[in-house]
Design a protein around this ligand. Structure first.
Ligand code: C2E
Ligand code: CA
Ligand code: CA
Ligand code: CA
Length: 278
């Protein structure tokens, strides 16, 4: 829309060349960024809908780039997946998360930690052995670690992933299907994979406040999960009314801005302590 008949006003959109250059910058700079600790892990609390207590956290990667600013995983995770550098990110996130779990245990808090895992991680034959080694180094019981798999991740390389998933499961780690309801053949996965948890995609949970259809979808997933003996997690809980509705449906645990945004480790610890006070 223009007033003088000239070129329409457009929002700034990076050209293909600029995007490729930015991508290359991330690829080349990642390892050094990890070494400099520009990459960090934030923790978002997960609460029990029954007892209303904090039962765990989800670990979410952030990259505080000195020139590009704070980068979110939706930008850099796909880039690292494409190059194979995702292995380095996952090792870093597991290490930070298990160190934090150990710190909480030492203070008498038994919090579980959920770490996101990509298909590229599961394609590495000794991934389960790496996880076992990190659990041992940090002296964290395996049942406190949950690995979250996105459905696209588990469907595209099913032959590779299954033995690794079975080994992780036999270690005692929990496995969760993330973003449930958005991928393909979701139901087949729940039957076929050794999973313990189903995480309802936040798009349905966010819609519960306004869309009756989303309420119905969420209720169906809660019932299905329970029928299969799984723990059901809702993410994207922003409104108190949605939390109440989820609790009434019997959903087990919830995560969302209503409770807290993801917080850097130190802020998370302060937030936890503030709960004790009240
Ligand atoms: P995800 O696993 O589905 O994680 C949940 C995302 O929802 C997070 O975005 C979180 O900040 C956001 N979220 C939490 N509560 C709310 C809420 O109440 N409302 C809304 N609107 N959003 C909420 P984030 O941190 O930007 O992460 C995006 C995705 O990046 C994650 O989605 C996950 O798939 C991926 N990711 C994050 N960290 C890692 C990692 O270390 N490794 C891998 N492979 N992927 C990661
Ligand atoms: Ca997740
Ligand atoms: Ca999710
Ligand atoms: Ca997601």
């Amino acid at each position: 829309a223009t007033r003088d008949g000239g070129e329409p006003v457009r929002c700034y959109e990076p050209s293909m060349g600029e995007r490729a250059a930015r991508r290359l910058r991330l690829i080349r700079g990642f390892s050094a960024a990890v070494a400099r600790r520009d990459v960090r892990v934030d923790f978002q609390p997960v609460v029990s809908l029954g007892t209303r207590t904090v039962v765990g956290v989800e670990a979410l990667a952030r990259w505080d780039h000195p020139e590009l600013g704070l980068l979110l995983p939706d930008e850099f995770v796909p880039v690292l997946e494409a190059t194979g550098q995702i292995a380095e990110l996952t090792t870093f996130v597991l290490d930070e998360s298990l160190a934090a779990a150990r710190r909480w245990l030492d203070r008498g808090m038994r919090l579980s930690v959920a770490v996101n895992v990509s298909v590229g991680n599961l394609a590495v034959d000794d991934f389960a052995e790496e996880v076992a080694a990190l659990l041992a180094v940090h002296r964290v019981p395996a049942e406190l670690l949950t690995l979250e798999l996105t459905e696209s991740g588990v469907s595209s390389e099913r032959e590779v992933a299954l033995p690794v998933l079975r080994r992780l499961h036999s270690l005692g780690c929990h496995l969760a299907v993330d973003d449930f309801g958005t991928g393909q053949s979701s139901l087949a996965h729940l039957r076929r994979l050794p999973v313990d948890q189903v995480k309802i995609d936040k798009s349905f949970v966010l819609g519960m406040g306004t869309e009756y259809g989303d309420v119905a979808v969420v209720r169906a997933i809660v019932d299905l999960g329970h029928t299969l003996g799984l723990t059901v997690v809702a993410e994207g809980v922003e409104q108190a009314a949605v939390r109440v509705a989820l609790a009434e449906m019997g959903c087990d645990v919830a995560q969302g801005y209503l409770v807290s945004r993801p917080l850097p480790a130190r802020c998370f610890d302060t937030w936890l302590e503030s709960l004790d006070v009240h």
